[in-house]
Design a protein around this ligand. Structure first.
Ligand SMILES: NC(=O)c1ccc[n+]([C@@H]2O[C@H](COP(=O)([O-])OP(=O)(O)OC[C@H]3O[C@@H](n4cnc5c(N)ncnc54)[C@H](OP(=O)(O)O)[C@@H]3O)[C@@H](O)[C@H]2O)c1
Length: 221
């Protein structure tokens, strides 16, 4: 596979890249800083310098051309205010989907978030804004005719992966390692019959390949 990753220098994105690379796949991705591009180059990943917000749809399409799948795991991370959250988390996936269409790339895996994340807590305004942006992004992607899969992970940790998850249409929001989210995304890429479905994933006991294979039964129109 030739996979283009938006958010490749991030926690989940770098792990997706490392796992695909270890399995012999080709990887590309967008990086905003040359230092991060150089660090990825040392791992054997060649990246394209660029910013999802600043680039036009046509420029993004040029960057994607030749890939046969896209992973969107970027996020503004609440660091640059609500406008960046809107531009990256909210509008980024639809912009990338438009670029994918232009570039003829059909497979699109979006890393999103549980809508039920921390509903039991009183979260601040920025978090609620982020949740609205993520939901907007999902709604835009499902309206496309691409071969999309949305993977909603529960709260992310940097503990070592277990190779096992609890994956399905509606799960309890708990925690999951970034390693296991990345492995789930990689397995979704490997199983094209898992398509046009929104999946929730959290820590669990089912081997990841098996958990993903069981999702072939579900498919939106
Ligand atoms: N944290 C959680 O508990 C949690 C839970 C569920 C879902 N999620 C979601 O899971 C996804 C992955 O999380 P993570 O922890 O891996 O995120 P992360 O480490 O913050 O990585 C996000 C990546 O997005 C990139 N990015 C941000 N703005 C960009 C832009 N304008 N153009 C191009 N790239 C841009 C960043 O680039 P730079 O490296 O240049 O900064 C970074 O590499 C995110 O979408 C997040 O919202 C997070």
């Amino acid at each position: 596979m030739n996979v283009f990753i938006i958010g490749i220098a991030g926690g989940v994105g770098r792990r997706v890249a490392e796992q695909l690379l270890a399995q012999g796949d080709q990887i590309g991705g967008l990086v905003r800083s040359s230092a991060k591009g150089e660090a990825l180059a040392r791992l054997g990943v060649s990246t394209t310098p660029g910013d999802l917000v600043a680039m036009s749809v046509e420029e993004l399409a040029d960057a994607l051309r030749g890939a046969n799948a896209i992973v969107f795991t970027a996020g503004a991370g609440g660091r640059d205010g609500p406008e960046a959250t809107d531009q990256v988390d909210g509008d980024g996936p639809a912009k990338l989907a438009a670029a994918a269409k232009l570039a003829g790339v059909r497979r699109f895996v979006l890393v999103s978030v549980f809508p039920e994340a921390w509903r039991e807590r009183r979260m601040n305004e920025d978090f609620e804004h982020y949740m609205v942006a993520k939901k907007h992004a999902e709604s835009q992607l499902v309206l496309t005719d691409l071969d999309w899969v949305i993977v909603r992970p529960s709260a992310l940790t940097n503990e070592p992966g277990t190779g096992r998850v609890d994956l399905g249409l509606a799960k309890k929001h708990e925690e999951i390692t970034r390693d296991d989210v990345a492995a789930t995304v990689v397995e979704v890429l490997r199983q094209p019959d898992v398509n046009r479905v929104i999946l929730e994933v959290t820590a669990g006991s089912t081997p990841i390949a098996e958990a993903v294979a069981a999702m072939k039964a579900y498919r939106a129109s």
